[in-house]
Design a protein around this ligand. Structure first.
Ligand code: GLN
Length: 244
């Protein structure tokens, strides 16, 4: 039997907006299918084994929490995360997580360093926080067409992708990376980042399955189907309400 091995980075600090629910979602969907699930946490000071996990995950955080973990991420986890991504492990960052996977997060005079796993940088700026419901259209390998991710964003940082760096999706409703460019998140190799909370995965069961399958080296269609009628109906009514 296969086992999905997940490592949550800083589960105590990088866990705003119930982002921990993403882990529960993966666990349940594995269990319901008879797939094993192993979750480990890596906090400050903990070294990472790049070969020991199929998915590395970092949730969102307050600016203060990000400041608390940034140097530890650089000193004890950066090299392992680069090695993990290079061998094909998935890395997923949510909100504060996507910011720290990039080059840096500038907060006024302070520069919070990121680990440079994806080519993007983030600036706090003077404008209002970008808050509200958001829907993005994404195209991912192994799916038969574009799909919609739904979530909630609340970030002060504006993220700019480096030249040639692909976003995760196109904004249908909401602000996205910077409120201007019409793009949301990042998708570079096996590294994915997004501003979407919700938590993200319970709101988007199909994406949880895409991650699960991809992390295990399977096509999404190879996973045993689950009864997602409630989730699908929620998506459908949200789409209608948003005029999509
Ligand atoms: N602190 C970051 C910002 O405000 C990320 C917030 C979050 O994770 N929701 O931009």
């Amino acid at each position: 039997m296969s086992t999905l091995r997940v490592c949550a980075l800083y589960p105590d600090l990088m866990n705003i907006y119930a982002d921990r629910g993403n882990m529960v979602m993966l666990q349940r969907r594995c269990e319901w299918r008879g797939i094993g699930f192993e979750l480990s946490g890596a906090g400050r000071g903990d070294e990472l084994d790049p070969g020991a996990h199929d998915l590395f995950y970092m949730g969102g955080g307050q600016d203060r929490d990000q400041q608390l973990v940034a140097h530890d991420l650089l000193d004890t986890k950066r090299d392992a995360l680069h090695a993990a991504a290079a061998r094909g492990a998935l890395v997923l960052g949510i909100c504060g997580g996507i910011q720290l996977l990039g080059d840096s997060y500038e907060l006024g005079a302070e520069r919070v360093p990121g680990i440079g796993l994806v080519d993007l940088h983030t600036v706090r700026g003077d404008g209002p926080r970008l808050i509200g419901n958001v829907a993005i259209e994404v195209s991912l390998s192994g799916l038969d067409g574009p799909r919609v991710l739904a979530g909630f964003e609340n970030h002060g940082g504006r993220t700019t992708l480096g030249p040639g760096t692909a976003p995760l999706g196109r904004v249908l409703r909401g602000h996205g990376n910077d409120g201007r460019s019409g793009v949301e998140g990042v998708h570079q190799g096996t590294v994915l980042g997004t501003y979407l909370h919700g938590p993200l995965l319970p709101k988007n069961a199909w994406f949880a399955d895409w991650l699960l399958a991809t992390a295990l080296g399977l096509a999404p269609a190879e996973l045993a189907p689950l009864d997602d009628r409630l989730e699908d109906a929620a998506h459908e009514s949200a789409r209608k309400a948003a005029g999509l």
